[in-house]
Design a protein. Structure first.
Lengths: 114, 115
């Protein structure tokens, strides 16, 4: 079975600085999708960024980018120019295809210090 | 596109009572998923539908849990004879199969507290 591991329960970053959240996963599949979701306190989960395993180029969405290392089964999220609104739980998730159930990590709580 | 909606947002019940939650997906989405999230954990998959067909159920879904999606639109999740261990956030998500950006979009969740 696929597993997703987030080894950092909590992280903090100064406003305007850069922070990297770690995620590793285990799968025997060669084709799959990886996601980072953000869950602000008492608010719904929203998609931050997605990566298709067959794409070598790392995904980027504005201030958010990933470092996808397929051989190492690593998928880290970099947040640049951190803002107070970035404070949330961040979940790494895996699926064999975009439309099958997601397997989530336990999450990393990010605090942003003004 | 009004997003995924869930009702009620909060539910407090006594142990042994039955509860039912509703999820309305994004209108054109044909896949609908239920997840459960306990405090300090990531969401765990419960079950999912393609249109009205239930495609998969997790081992987490005991026989006290039942889900339906009549007519392939909204879905309901019922828990019978609730137990304190059922206290959690129940999340619904939907997606459009075979779309160029087939991604699951989540609702706000229903928080259940069983006393």
């Amino acid at each position: 079975a696929q597993t997703v591991t987030q080894s950092q329960p909590e992280m903090s970053v100064q406003e305007a600085e850069t922070v990297t959240l770690s995620c590793t996963y285990d799968t025997s599949e060669s084709d799959y999708y990886l996601f980072w979701y953000k869950q602000p306190p008492s608010r719904q989960m929203i998609l931050v960024i997605r990566q298709e395993a067959y794409k070598q180029q790392n995904a980027t969405e504005n201030r958010f980018s990933v470092n996808f290392q397929k051989a190492a089964k690593s998928f880290s999220l970099k947040i640049s120019d951190s803002q107070l609104g970035d404070a949330a739980m961040y979940f790494c998730a895996y699926t064999d295809s975009g439309n099958t159930p997601l397997v989530f990590g336990k999450g990393t709580r990010l605090s942003v210090i003004a | 596109d009004t997003g995924v909606s869930q009702n009620p947002r909060h539910k407090i019940t006594k142990r042994g009572q039955n509860v039912t939650f509703r999820c309305d997906p994004i209108s054109e989405h044909n896949r609908l998923y239920w997840y459960r999230q306990t405090l300090g954990q990531g969401p765990e998959f419960l079950t999912y539908f393609q249109n009205e067909a239930q495609l998969e159920k997790s081992r987490l879904l005991s026989d006290r849990f039942s889900a339906e999606r009549p007519k392939g639109s909204f879905s309901t999740l019922e828990i019978q004879r609730t137990e304190q261990g059922d206290s959690a956030m129940y999340l619904c998500a939907s997606s459009l199969m075979n779309s160029p950006r087939d991604t699951q979009y989540f609702g706000p969740g229903t928080r259940l507290l069983v006393l």
